[in-house]
Design a protein around this ligand. Structure first.
Ligand code: ADP
Ligand code: MG
Length: 345
């Protein structure tokens, strides 16, 4: 066989491959749009999903919005407002959820994208990208942004085939919104599926987020976590969150949710540390219900180690995990668990 020749891919193909890496399923669209809404400083975020999410996903926020010129730039690949201009930017300690500038472009590449936005001016902007064609016009809207994604993967039958069905795909979206709601308890979230509201929080803190994600019973059997310490020399670490009493258990670790600087992460070390904080209060075959958010020193956090940004790199990890364990066990010791539980029954 003769040696193959190597050539550079054309741009459209590169874009298509990259989009496939970012947007693998409907829940990824929701995650990227939630990141954007939170980065825009939203106090309220409403998520609407039809079917398995390929039919329609809509995320509406009351954040800063975009000017018409910025809205047009926002959908270009590698266009972001979140990193300084310049070369070789250091990503350590980046505090926004987004920074790669590729989500909107990737979504527009595999779906029809409509973005209606207003940054506080008299008239807003409506932008639509369908089959690569962009249309822009003026639109009325209060300050904020609504992104509607329809016909996801319409021209990618294999991707569509690989999806797990409506219940499973919506299940992923629902879990995702729950994780964001618990990571950002000061923001109001709602989730509506096929016209029925399935989750809503009122932005009143961890107890309230727990109430919105679970129910009044679960929220009443929980105590908040508030812990500050130093790690990595003189660096400040704060651990905030909520943990249910040991009488509230589940058969999997899925109800232990962790976030770093308000970014939900699937970090098994941190989750283990939360469980460890319960010590022997919970039998080894059961798991607690808890949510914690940690704010480590900026220099110890690298947000850029995972394609979907679901993991972050942490230096001083051991110290941080120890502090999480201490924070949880301290909260449980301080809470008068027995008395509160008696009162709840
Ligand atoms: P990134 O979030 O990595 O910057 P995106 O493609 O997700 O990349 O978004 C591109 C840009 O569009 C963002 O940097 C931001 O300036 C703007 N943007 C996107 N969504 C919103 C929103 N909901 N509200 C305000 N600005 C937004
Ligand atoms: Mg983004």
């Amino acid at each position: 066989m003769s040696a193959p020749t190597i050539h550079r891919l054309d741009e459209a193909t590169v874009a298509r491959i990259a989009a496939g890496e970012v947007i693998t399923r409907p829940a990824r669209v929701v995650a990227e749009l939630l990141d954007n809404a939170l980065d825009a400083g939203a106090g309220r975020i409403d998520v609407t999903v039809d079917g398995d999410g390929t039919e329609r996903i809509r995320v509406a926020d009351d954040g800063c919005g975009l000017s018409q010129a910025d809205a047009e730039r926002a959908i270009e690949r590698h266009a972001t407002s979140k990193l300084p201009t310049g070369t070789d930017t250091d990503l350590t300690g980046v505090s926004t959820l987004g920074f790669r500038g590729e989500a909107l472009a990737a979504i527009a590449d595999c779906a029809t994208l409509e973005l209606v936005t207003n940054n506080g001016e008299a008239v807003g902007t409506e932008l639509r990208v369908e089959d690569g064609d962009l249309s822009v016009r003026n639109a009325g809207r209060p300050q904020g942004t609504t992104v509607t994604v329809t016909d996801l993967f319409a021209d990618r039958p294999a991707r569509r085939e690989s999806l797990a069905g409506q219940a499973a795909e919506f299940g992923r979206i629902s879990e995702l919104v729950a994780r964001y709601a618990l990571a950002r308890p000061e923001v109001r979230f709602s989730l509506t599926h096929n016209g029925n509201e399935t989750l809503s929080t009122s932005g009143g803190g961890f107890q309230d987020a727990l109430l919105g994600v679970y129910n009044a019973e679960t929220a009443s059997r929980a105590t908040t976590i508030e812990h500050a310490t130093t790690v990595d020399g003189d660096g400040r670490l704060s651990v905030r969150g909520i943990c249910c009493y040991p009488s509230v258990t589940r058969s999997t670790r899925d109800h232990v949710r962790v976030s770093v600087n308000g970014r939900p992460v699937t970090d098994s070390g941190l989750r283990r540390a939360v469980v460890a904080g319960y010590g022997s209060l919970i039998a080894g075959t059961r798991y607690p219900v808890a949510a914690i958010d940690i704010a480590p020193p900026a220099r110890t956090v690298d947000p850029n180690i995972h394609p979907a940004k679901q993991e972050v790199g942490l230096t001083a990890r051991e110290e941080i995990e120890e502090s999480v364990e201490t924070a949880v066990s301290k909260a449980l010791t301080t809470a008068d668990i027995r008395r509160t539980e008696d009162a709840a029954t």
